[in-house]
Ligand binder design. Structure first.
Ligand code: NAP
Length: 249
């Protein structure tokens, strides 16, 4: 059996860190990327190695094309040909209305969340597609329930970036469907991670959980389980699909 090799962008904390750990436990050699928090990235790698898995961390900002190229080339050299990409890195900024947002903020959100995911997907397809001599693989994009809800009064820019990820998932899935690559997405609801502090409200999950049918926030490992299923052969006939991990929202 060929080696399973996974890249998880933004794998140093939150949902990405759980995907990396679960992926390693499932037999993937895992490469996580991060931007600022090297200590957190090293801790994820250490935890995987301690548990008998294989992992490395690469500092690579998905908003910078050269960093993405470096990330994928590092994996080529160290592990071999990629079989799984999780486009997980994503950012949001301080809650505000659209009429308060400046252009620089919109550029940061769209560049990181949309362009970054596109460029990573491009590099993955170049390696996985049978059209390019590859042996296939799977991509999972990290969308959000915000793509459906729109994020009014908080972050319509972020929500719109996830809407773009949904469209990319559908289009790319069809584009590479005969080339051995499946492309799917998860749409997490409100999950207990540090991303809510970036929006200026660390306690956001507990504020909104009363609106969730299951009456609770989600845990990062619950999203990771869905991602690992979509990547696995158990999802062999599933492409261009979305798994909502939202507690019924
Ligand atoms: P998080 O706790 O804020 O963690 C973000 C991770 O992404 C960190 O590892 C961070 O690295 C990395 N990162 C940030 N900017 C990056 C960039 N430009 N390039 C590469 N890596 C970058 O976030 P999370 O809540 O786990 O969210 C993960 C994904 O799920 C995001 O796409 C988010 O939009 C989506 N999501 C989350 C929720 C939720 O409620 N948490 C809901 C729906 C969707 P550093 O450690 O170096 O900063």
């Amino acid at each position: 059996m060929s080696k399973k090799i996974m890249i998880v962008t933004g794998g140093s904390r939150g949902i990405g860190a759980e995907i990396a750990k679960l992926g390693a436990a499932d037999g993937y050699a895992v490469c996580i990327s991060y931007v600022k928090n090297k200590a957190a990235a090293d801790a994820v790698v250490d935890a995987i190695v301690q548990a008998g898995g294989e992992a490395m961390a690469v500092a690579a900002d998905v908003a910078v094309e050269a960093d993405i190229l470096h990330l994928f080339e590092t994996v080529d050299k160290r592990y071999g040909t990629l079989t799984a990409l999780v486009n997980n890195a994503g950012i949001l900024e301080t809650q505000m209305r659209v009429d308060q947002m400046d252009a620089a903020r919109m550029q940061r959100i769209f560049t990181t969340n949309i362009v970054g995911s596109f460029l990573c997907a491009r590099e993955a397809v170049k390696r996985m597609s049978t059209l390019h001599g590859g042996s296939g693989g799977a991509i999972v994009n990290t969308s959000s329930v915000a793509a459906r809800a729109g994020g009014p009064g908080e972050y319509v820019d972020y929500a719109a970036s996830k809407g773009a990820i949904d469209t990319m998932t559908v289009g790319l899935a069809k584009e590479v469907a005969t080339e051995g690559i499946r492309v799917n997405a998860v749409r997490p609801g409100v999950i207990y991670t540090e991303i809510h502090a970036s929006g200026g409200e660390p306690g956001r999950v507990d504020r909104v959980k009363g609106n969730i049918p299951m009456q609770r926030g989600g845990e990062a490992h619950e999203v990771a389980q869905a991602v690992l299923w979509l990547l696995s052969d158990k999802a062999s006939y599933t492409t261009g699909s979305f798994l909502d991990v939202t507690g019924g929202r």
